[in-house]
Design a protein around this ligand. Structure first.
Ligand SMILES: C[S@@+](CC[C@H](N)C(=O)[O-])C[C@H]1O[C@@H](n2cnc3c(N)ncnc32)[C@H](O)[C@@H]1O
Length: 259
């Protein structure tokens, strides 16, 4: 029997929680800096970070936000994130188990909500956005970052296969146009968008998900045998037949819940 999407998420991230806490790509970069700059300008006093993973976004926002609540579906991830935040001297973030589709908060409880590099794991985006809109104050800010989906079908199919082979809990990466459509439908306005690139060192990126040697070898073969335009589109670097790195594009969106 195939595991449900959420069970798959818990299995994958439960086994790799420590690696996510240590991941340099999650700990910082121009993407997190942009979210933080947007966040500072909101002046929100209560922030919810959904799908907090290793807790890096929650930690960054706690430097200037009095109340930060961080939620995630995966219990070991929350334990690792809590220990990480405490180790950084930040003991005020409240970590809580919660599915994004059933957030255990009253309506209009937060001035800002963040969701960074996680929505590609959600079974569906509209129910998640409905919850985000519900827990935000009217006029409140939603800061989203996720892997940007490609508009070109061949390139989109190629990178989806790469992602799913590495992590079967990856569902899809939406295009910019699709995100804008979903956000507007959920009642968000005043959208501001940015795209930044993020380097993915191959050994670290594949290693973090603890692939078997066979699955990793098959993934390498899939990439190396793909049409050259696929590798070029994601700036794959290959030296002496070995994949070294590639580049993801990240979509960042600032949106406001309408009054
Ligand atoms: C890559 S990590 C997130 C990284 C983190 N936000 C950061 O800024 O470093 C993805 C996280 O999404 C969580 N997740 C996936 N599906 C979820 C869901 N339906 N509800 C809540 N969390 C979910 C996983 O458990 C995992 O911890």
């Amino acid at each position: 029997m195939t595991r449900s999407q959420k069970t798959e998420v818990q299995a994958r991230f439960g086994a790799t929680a420590e690696a996510y806490v240590r991941s340099a790509g999650h700990a910082g970069g121009p993407d997190l800096e942009r979210l933080v700059a947007w966040g500072r300008s909101t002046g929100a006093s209560r922030l919810l970070d959904i799908a907090t993973g290793g807790g890096h976004t929650a930690l960054a926002f706690s430097a200037f936000t009095p109340t930060v609540v961080a939620t995630d579906l995966t219990e070991p991830m929350l334990l690792a994130a809590r220990a990480f935040a405490s180790g950084q001297g930040m003991t005020t973030i409240r970590f809580l188990g919660a599915d994004v589709e059933a957030l255990p908060f009253r309506d209009a409880a937060f001035g800002a909500v963040t969701c960074r590099i996680a929505a590609h794991h959600f079974p569906a985006v509209p129910p998640a956005l409905k919850q985000v809109a519900r827990v935000l104050l009217p006029g409140g800010t939603f800061l989203l970052q996720d892997i940007l989906g490609h508009e070109d079908p061949e390139l989109a199919g190629f990178i989806l296969e790469v992602e799913k082979r590495r992590d079967p809990s990856h569902v899809r990466a939406l295009s910019q146009a699709k995100w804008v459509e979903h956000l507007r439908t959920a009642g968000f306005t005043g959208l501001e968008e940015a795209v930044v690139t993020k380097g993915r060192p191959w050994e670290e990126w594949t290693g973090r998900m603890r692939m078997t040697a066979e699955a990793r070898a098959a993934l390498d073969r899939f990439v190396l045998e793909a049409p050259a335009r696929c590798r070029e589109a994601f700036s794959f670097t290959v030296e002496e037949g070995r994949i070294r790195a590639f580049t993801d594009r990240m979509l960042l969106i600032r949106a406001h819940k309408s009054y």
